[in-house]
Structures are given as C-alpha cells and as structure tokens.
Write a protein of this length. Structure first.
Length: 295
C-alpha cells in the first residue's frame, strides 16, 4: 500500500489515493482496525487519521473519506481536505485552480494558490453552517438553536454554542486555560448525552473581533494541533453570539499555526484559508502493521 504523509498546521494524515486501486490494498486502507494500527505513533506510521481518496460522483474530481485514528469515521475534516486538494493538484493529475471534492458533508470546492508550480495555500468553501439542533445533531427541539446553553462538567460551567460544519461542534468561549480545559473536560464534552453522535469540543479565547485563540478536543482523535472545521465552527459561533462580524476575515490561532476564517453574509458560506504540506511518501504491507499490545 502506497501512502503520502501530509500535515496541515500539524494536524497530520496518511493520504491514500485509491482512485485506481482495487482489491486488498483498497480494503485495508479503509479498515478501521488497520487504520488504528497505522495511526499509532509508536507501533505504526503515526497520524491523526487516514484520508482515503476515492472516485467522486459526476462533476467532482474526487471523494474524500476520513477515518480517525481511533477507527471511527468523520463526515469532514478541514485540515484534511486541504491536504487532499494539495495531493490532487501536485501529484494526482488534477491541475485546476478550483478542485471539487465530495465528502460526507457534501461537495466542497477548494481554490488553489500555486507557488512555484505547487499548491501553497488552499481556500475551502466549507458551505453554510448548520445551526439547528436537529442538524448538528443534538438533543432538544430540532428546530431550535443551541446558543450559550449552560453545561456543567466537573464543577466547571461552560456556555455552549452548537454548530455543524458537516460534523458536530460544541463551542465554549472561555477567558483562559484553553489547553487545560480541552485536556481535562474535552472528553466529557465529546461524549455528553446532548450529542448522540458525539461532538468536537472547542475552547476559544477572543482576543478581538478579528482574532481568536483556539484549542480543540477532536472527536475520535483527542487534542490535535489544529482543526479546520473547529476553527470554522468557532468563528460561526462568534458571529452568532456577537463576538465577531460576518463578512470579516478572522485570524484563528491554533497550537499548530493560523487559519483565516470568513463567515459570508447571511451565513451563506464559510471560507477557510490555510496551508497544507507534504512530509514524505511511504509503502507498506498493511498486514504487517500490528495493533498496540494490550497490557
């Protein structure tokens, strides 16, 4: 099985181009148990997930399937789609300024900024955010929004604003200690009964209406250096709660680097601009990758 290692702001993935691959290798690259073993940083290659690049439906250049490091599947991954777009542009024969990729969250278009013949930054049209409980999904009246709803965990009360960017997010604006909160109570937010499909948990500090500091506990991954959909959801939540304005670029500082997020007027679309980097290529027999021993 051939793969390419990519990272977007330190959020790292094994990208496996399966558009022309059939049989055992295609099956292995998408097998949850093998993905979990591959992503193990001591016993495997290491990564936050595997991105399987598959043939897209009519009108799309490809389809992206996201399998997290714990073997679960995510509808979308913002940093991941930038990596896939770069791989398609640089090495996959899709030399287009705008690349259409099917995802579990629908078809998304990626605009490529070319520097020296390679994709440098990618701006993704992430689509309109979903703000109703039934769309996220979460418990409660399906046609209502969840805006700054109190949630108490371990004697810490958060004000949760829920947003879907094709995958669920629970955003809390906090004054400080984002990393500590994400590490200690992020797992409890992810698995809270409000969210039947679990959720990503965002802990954000607003520096100004155009600048936010963010740490994300990702569903199925834990703490990662960056989360593209989480950055988008956080800026959407900031607009919903009056902390930021639509139509304005917001710089989001994540542990691995910065993303620029713009919520278009009327929540008609969300633009995410950021880098993607190729790290190395590899080839392995997936049957030789063993799960971590259980003590």
């Amino acid at each position: 099985m051939r793969f390419a290692k990519y990272q977007g702001l330190g959020n790292d993935f094994l990208v496996v181009d399966l558009r022309d691959v059939r049989g055992a290798d295609a099956d292995a690259a998408q097998d949850p148990a093998i993905v979990k073993a591959l992503c193990d940083r001591q016993f495997g290659v290491g990564g936050d997930g595997v991105l399987a690049v598959l043939p897209g439906d009519a009108g799309a250049d490809a389809r992206m399937r996201v399998i997290n490091s714990d073997g679960s599947e995510a509808e979308m991954c913002g940093n991941g789609i930038r990596c896939v777009a770069k791989d398609l542009y640089d090495r996959g024969g899709v030399r287009k300024e705008r690349i259409a990729i099917d995802t579990g969250a629908g078809r998304l278009v990626c605009a490529i900024t070319d520097t020296g013949g390679v994709a440098d930054t990618v701006t993704v049209e992430m689509g309109a955010p979903r703000l109703l409980r039934g769309e996220i999904p979460m418990t409660g009246p399906a046609n209502e929004r969840c805006v700054e709803q109190p949630l108490k965990i371990d004697n810490i009360e958060l004000q949760i604003t829920a947003v879907s960017m094709g995958n669920p997010h629970a955003v809390a604006f906090v004054p400080d200690n984002q990393m500590k909160l994400a590490t200690t109570i992020g797992p409890s937010v992810e698995n809270h009964a409000w969210f039947p499909k679990r959720t990503n948990a965002e802990f954000a500090r607003v520096i100004s209406p155009t600048e936010i500091e963010l740490v994300v506990w990702e569903r199925g991954c834990g703490i990662t250096l960056a989360c593209g959909t989480g950055a988008c959801a956080t800026v959407v939540a900031a607009v919903v709660t009056g902390r930021a304005q639509e139509g304005t670029d917001v710089l989001v500082h994540l542990p691995g680097g910065d993303l620029t997020i713009t919520v278009l007027p009327g929540f008609s679309n969300v633009l995410m601009k950021g880098p993607a980097r190729h790290v190395f290529d590899g080839e392995l027999d997936p049957q030789r990758v063993s799960p971590r021993p259980v003590s």
